[in-house]
Ligand binder design. Structure first.
Ligand SMILES: [Zn+2]
Length: 251
């Protein structure tokens, strides 16, 4: 499927809304979700959330004062959505199934002791859920810390796109978050107290369990951050799966 011929007819408010066209646009929206929008369920049905997302992209990314909520083939909105080429648009993505019933995000084992940061003006509510692969390694790391008498405080775990956008636009203070993050895939955790004496132990134990420490990032140091991604994984794909799971269980 080439990008230029991605839709046969219009998608959005009052549009033709051919299901395969709607699927294609929903995938494009999810892959370019730069504004604080909820991840769309890719189902081929053009409902209010899809129309709202089209309007937001028209307003924020296409600079339209009066968004129409409709994507017409080869229109400026279509070009905004497909800017950057076909790299992120594959036939596989266009036919992606909704997530399986099995939850993609899980809490830590009930035997693990940890606390979470209290929500406030600069701290979104902490969703202490993780991808299963990250959760099992975090269980092992935190169990080891617990044995040493350390009860870690989690400042941030899974984030919705809205929360990530908030963190990026000044919500996290002087150290703005990335546009897209492994937090959104449930594969990262921020731990409190980087200047505390016990943080050295936390760092050692987390690294032993194959978490990459943000204090050693080359581009931008992020000391509270531990990245639990498995490095063969694709970030966008992992984020899409985690967010779809979150949306389907947290309305
Ligand atoms: Zn982080």
């Amino acid at each position: 499927m080439s990008v230029g011929s991605g839709i046969k007819a219009s998608v959005g408010r009052g549009g033709a809304n051919i299901p395969t066209d709607v699927l294609f646009i929903q995938n494009l929206i999810n892959q370019r979700l730069l504004t604080p929008l909820r991840w769309l369920v890719v189902d081929g049905r053009c409902g209010p959330l899809t129309i709202f997302a089209i309007e937001e992209i028209q307003r924020v990314q296409a600079g339209m004062k009066h968004p129409s909520g409709i994507v017409v083939p080869d229109s400026p909105t279509f070009r905004v959505l497909t800017a950057g080429g076909a790299e992120s648009i594959s036939p596989r993505a266009a036919t992606m199934e909704p997530p399986a019933n099995r939850p993609a995000l899980v809490p830590l084992s009930s035997s693990i002791r940890y606390t979470v940061a209290t929500p406030g003006p600069n701290t979104p509510e902490v969703h202490a859920v993780f991808s299963p692969a990250t959760a099992s390694r975090l269980d092992a790391a935190f169990a080891e810390l617990n044995k040493l008498g350390i009860v870690p405080q989690v400042n941030s775990a899974f984030r919705t796109p809205e929360e990530q956008a908030f963190m990026q636009c000044g919500g996290s203070g002087s150290n703005p978050a990335a546009k897209v993050s492994w937090h959104e895939a449930g594969a990262a955790v921020d731990i409190n107290g980087t200047t505390s004496p016990q943080f050295r132990t936390i760092k050692t134990v987390m690294k032993k369990h194959r978490f990459k420490w943000g204090g050693e990032f080359h581009s931008k140091k992020d000391p509270p951050h531990f990245d639990g991604r498995l490095f063969s994984g694709d970030l966008k794909d992992a984020v899409r799966k985690a967010q779809a799971s979150w949306n389907s269980t947290n309305k």
